[in-house]
Ligand binder design. Structure first.
Ligand SMILES: *[C@@H]1O[C@H](CO)[C@@H](O)[C@H](O)[C@H]1NC(C)=O
Ligand SMILES: *[C@@H]1O[C@H](CO)[C@@H](O)[C@H](O)[C@H]1NC(C)=O
Length: 203
């Protein structure tokens, strides 16, 4: 009895891990570039927590109309550009989607429409300083990636944008407060000196 329970338990674990491997087995290199993605934003460096991205996507025009009939939703993600992945293993690109660390920031998952797909996203306050692009994965009814699009080329060179983190700006604020404290200490000494001089003059 005890053995058969254990056997069932082990079998369950084996089957579960097998399924997990199967599920995690979607390779980026097998996905078609089935949608075109655009990311509009103001010029220059974007501020986390302040600036916004306007994302738009549509069926790749090289595909026949109706190819998107199985497209259920689109998962929008903010991804590190190669320049911000260099020497950082924790942002490494992997072909296995489950292991890929290129796109660490989820923007939203929204239903796919045949036209007028767009989403406005205010850059979240916890986004670190780096250079990014936006990728959109097309999901089927089972939530599996069946295609993608990104606002940059295959080499991830064009249309990248930079985001400045809030912490970076805090550093600037810190410098300001140090300068102000130094200034107040100096004025305090100046005040004492003046008072002393006044006191001496009064004698
Ligand atoms: C559309 O698909 C073709 C063929 O897969 C690909 O070469 C092209 O880059 C795609 N266009 C866009 C904008 O992704
Ligand atoms: C996003 O912003 C644009 C322009 O400001 C607007 O036309 C569009 O309707 C907005 N989209 C959503 C989903 O709010």
């Amino acid at each position: 009895m005890a053995i058969s329970t254990r056997a069932i338990f082990v079998a369950t674990i084996v089957i579960c891990s097998f399924l997990a491997v199967c599920e995690g087995d979607i390779l980026f290199s097998t996905l078609k570039k089935s949608i075109e993605v655009k990311a509009d934003h103001k010029a220059g460096v974007l501020m986390a927590g302040v600036d916004a991205l306007t994302l738009k996507w549509s069926l790749n025009t090289t595909l026949p109309a109706g190819s998107d009939s199985g497209y259920k939703s689109v998962k929008l993600e903010l991804c590190y550009a190669p320049i911000s992945q260099k020497d950082r293993a924790w942002r490494k690109t992997e072909d296995h989607l489950k292991k890929d660390k290129t796109c660490q920031f989820k923007i939203a998952t929204v239903p796919y429409k045949s036209s007028n797909n767009n989403y406005n996203w205010t850059i979240k306050r916890d986004i670190p300083t780096a250079t990014y692009f936006v990728r959109a994965y097309v999901l089927n009814g089972n939530g599996e990636e069946i295609g993608y699009g990104q606002n940059t080329d295959d080499k991830k060179v064009d249309n990248l944008f930079s985001i400045q983190a809030i912490s970076g700006r805090h550093a600037t604020l810190d410098i300001c407060s140090v300068v102000f404290s130094a200034f107040s200490v100096v004025s305090l000494f100046a005040f004492f000196y003046m008072e002393k001089r006044k006191a001496r003059a009064g004698k």
